[in-house]
Design a protein around this ligand. Structure first.
Ligand code: MG
Ligand code: MG
Length: 256
C-alpha cells in the first residue's frame, strides 16, 4: 500500500490539534462504553457516537471509507468478530459478549484513531484474560514508542506479550501512522523483529492496535466485505491508541 511510505512528522501545533482530536475520540468511546448493556443494538451505539461527534462539530473518517463505503462512524465487532463490524439495528448485545468498538475523529484536518474491547455484564474467564492481554500488549507497544527505537521494537513487544500468554496476533491487519490521513506511514504490524523497521523520531504519530485471537492467527472476511472474523470462530479483542513519539515519554493522544 502506498501509505507505507508516507511518513509525516508533526510540529507542536499539529500535535496539539491531534491531542484535542484524541480527547474528543476518547469522549466518544466513553459514551459508547457506558451504553454496553444486553439488548442494546449496535446501530444505537453508532448513533450515540455520532451524537457526541456532532456536539464537537466533528465527523469520523470511517463513514464512507473504502469499497463498499463503510456506512457508520464506528465499527462494532462482537466476540469472534475481530475488527470492522458494521453497526446494525437488529444486532443486539447479549450478556457475556465482548464488544470491540473502534472510532475515528477528524478535528481541523487531523485524525485520531482509537479502539477498546469490553465485556457486556459477566464474561468468561477466558474472555477476561483475552481483554487483559490485548490491552497489556498495547501498553507494551506504547512503551517502545521512543526516539531511537524502531517500529520492529513495537511489533516484537506486542507479539511477544500476546504469544507468551498463549494468544495469537493477526498478521493481516496492522497499526499505522496517523495524521492528516487516517492511514499514513509507517505500517506497524503486530508481529516482527526487534531492531528492524523504521527509526522512530519525535513528531511521528502512530496508531498502535494489537488485534489478538484465542484460537489461531487466521481470519476471514464476511460476505458484507467488511467484518473480519477469526477463521475458527474463537474470541478476539482489539485495543488501539494513537501515540506520538516525543523527545521523552510517549504521548498518548487518544485519552481524556
Ligand atoms: Mg481504529
Ligand atoms: Mg487504526
Amino acid at each position: 500500500m502506498s501509505w507505507e511510505r508516507q511518513i509525516h512528522l508533526k510540529n507542536p501545533a499539529e500535535l496539539k490539534v491531534m491531542r484535542e482530536a484524541g480527547r474528543i475520540n476518547a469522549t466518544v468511546l466513553a459514551a459508547v462504553k457506558d451504553r454496553l448493556q444486553p439488548g442494546v443494538a449496535t446501530a444505537d451505539l453508532n448513533a450515540a457516537a455520532e451524537e457526541v461527534l456532532k456536539s464537537y462539530g466533528c465527523t469520523s473518517p470511517f463513514k464512507g471509507y473504502g469499497h463498499p463505503p463503510f456506512p457508520a462512524s464506528v465499527t462494532i465487532s462482537i466476540n469472534d468478530e475481530l475488527v470492522h463490524g458494521i453497526p446494525h439495528p437488529k444486532r443486539k448485545l447479549r450478556e457475556g459478549d465482548i464488544v470491540s468498538v473502534d472510532c475515528g475523529t477528524i478535528l481541523d484536518g487531523f485524525v485520531a484513531d482509537s479502539a477498546f474491547t469490553a465485556g457486556v455484564g459477566e464474561v468468561s474467564p477466558e474472555a477476561r484474560k483475552l481483554l487483559e492481554v490485548t490491552e497489556g500488549a498495547l501498553c507494551e507497544g506504547i512503551s517502545k514508542m521512543r526516539k531511537g527505537n524502531r517500529t520492529g521494537d513495537i511489533s516484537a513487544a506486542i507479539q511477544k506479550y500476546a504469544e507468551s500468554r498463549g494468544f495469537h496476533v493477526t498478521k493481516e491487519y496492522t497499526g499505522h501512522g496517523v495524521g492528516r490521513q487516517m492511514h499514513e506511514g509507517p505500517q506497524v504490524p503486530n508481529y516482527g523483529r526487534a531492531g528492524s523497521g523504521i527509526l522512530l523520531r519525535p513528531g511521528m504519530t502512530i496508531a498502535l492496535e494489537p488485534m489478538v485471537l484465542v484460537g489461531t492467527p487466521e481470519t476471514r472476511v464476511l460476505p458484507d466485505k467488511w467484518t473480519v472474523v477469526s477463521a475458527d470462530g474463537s474470541l478476539t479483542a482489539h485495543f488501539e491508541h494513537s501515540v506520538a513519539v516525543t523527545e521523552g515519554e510517549p504521548l498518548i493522544l487518544t485519552v481524556l
